[in-house]
Write a protein that binds this ligand. Structure first.
Ligand SMILES: NC(=O)c1ccc[n+]([C@@H]2O[C@H](COP(=O)([O-])OP(=O)(O)OC[C@H]3O[C@@H](n4cnc5c(N)ncnc54)[C@H](OP(=O)(O)O)[C@@H]3O)[C@@H](O)[C@H]2O)c1
Length: 328
């Protein structure tokens, strides 16, 4: 089968389309004929940082040699312990090596694709949907009427977070640049802060919750923008251009100082969960969440897709169509 592979660390440029062996599902895995995949910042972070690949491999016990986590497609075969899926089912979820004609995923990391959602939309949702749902519902325990600010509202996670927060009845403020103000408003945001003109930490407005995908403000600035019992959920590092040292310094500062202030500071790392993917599918099926797709690329253009996302200004999701024929 054709798949995107890399043999050394680097930018999207190191990605190559090659012929490799079709994977065989393990007992608890499903073999998927991939229809669409989507790109996440995790893909370029793993591509660039060998250390991160080693950590992920140690945690997940799977060696990471190919990009692509978000997948949607048709089940082609199932391992002998799989009970929830059968050949032909339309599924979506998380795997390793989604930028390929075929991919294997654990049964527990997949859910059925709703009929009214396209494969591209389904492939757009796993990582970002799980992050937004688990951050807002589980970490923050979001309640109707709460004032929620989403910093980074125009990106993959942000476009989901705005819609999910609205589905919980929150009053939502999205932060994005000028060109995305109308798009974020169209997703249901009650207020939009254009960060090229205003700094949300310098206004009089205070929020019950800040869901941060950018990390471009300090601990004291976040405190100022939170209500006295508000909660800060750190989920992303867009504004730090991937500088791990700055991220760690910021997170350690929050951890150390958090017990001495009335507000709560927490971080989230999304986990794959069939139950949560099913909840996301239900939100999409009901029209409460509609994935925003910025650009579509073919499998042979995967390097370009990753490079585009790495610029940090995608509007919603970047999707890869993994069906053949592929332009060489
Ligand atoms: N914790 C987890 O489990 C988890 C899971 C998924 C992702 N993440 C992290 O969350 C972050 C966001 O992921 P993503 O998939 O949403 O990325 P993304 O799609 O690449 O985000 C791009 C968006 O970021 C916005 N942005 C860039 N600079 C900004 C700024 N200074 N202020 C406000 N918005 C800004 C851009 O909007 P404009 O063009 O309007 O600037 C663009 O729409 C990444 O750091 C990612 O690694 C964490």
């Amino acid at each position: 089968m054709k798949a995107i592979v890399y043999h050394k660390s680097g930018s999207g440029d190191v990605l190559k389309l090659e012929e490799i062996e079709k994977p065989v599902p393990k007992d608890d895995e499903v073999l998927i004929k991939v229809r669409a995949a989507s790109v996440n910042p995790l893909d370029y972070h793993l591509l660039r940082h060998t250390f991160l690949r080693r950590v992920m491999a140690a945690v997940s016990k799977v060696k990471i040699t190919r990009p692509g986590r978000d997948v949607a497609g048709n089940v082609q075969a199932v391992g002998r312990n799989v009970t929830q899926f059968k050949a032909g089912d339309e599924v979506f979820g998380a795997c390793n090596g989604a930028f390929a004609e075929y991919a294997c995923a654990r049964e527990s990391a997949l859910a059925m694709k709703p009929d009214n959602i396209s494969f591209e939309q389904a492939a757009s949702s796993p990582v970002v949907g799980l992050t937004a749902l688990q951050g807002l519902r589980d970490k923050a325990q979001i309640q109707p009427g709460q004032k929620v600010l989403i910093n980074g509202a125009a990106g993959g996670v942000g476009t989901f977070a705005v819609q999910i927060a609205k589905s919980f009845g929150a009053e939502v403020t999205g932060v994005c640049s000028t060109r995305n103000v109308e798009m974020v408003r169209s997703l249901g945001a009650d207020h939009v802060v254009d960060y090229t003109r205003d700094d949300f930490t310098s206004s009089d407005q205070q929020y019950d919750m800040i869901f941060d995908l950018v990390s471009n403000h300090s601990f004291s600035e976040h405190r100022r923008a939170l209500t006295p019992n508000g909660m800060y959920i750190g989920a992303g590092i867009l504004g730090l251009h991937g500088s791990m040292i700055r991220v760690l310094t910021g997170r350690i500062t929050e951890l150390v100082l958090s017990p001495f202030v009335s507000q709560k500071f927490v971080s989230i790392l999304a986990k794959s969960s069939r139950e949560d993917l099913t909840a996301i599918a239900a939100l999409m099926e009901a029209g409460k969440v509609t994935p925003v797709i910025d650009r579509r690329y073919s499998l042979s253009e995967a390097a370009e897709a990753v490079r585009y996302l790495e610029e940090g200004h995608a509007r919603g999701k970047v999707v890869i169509d993994c069906r053949l024929p592929i332009a060489d």
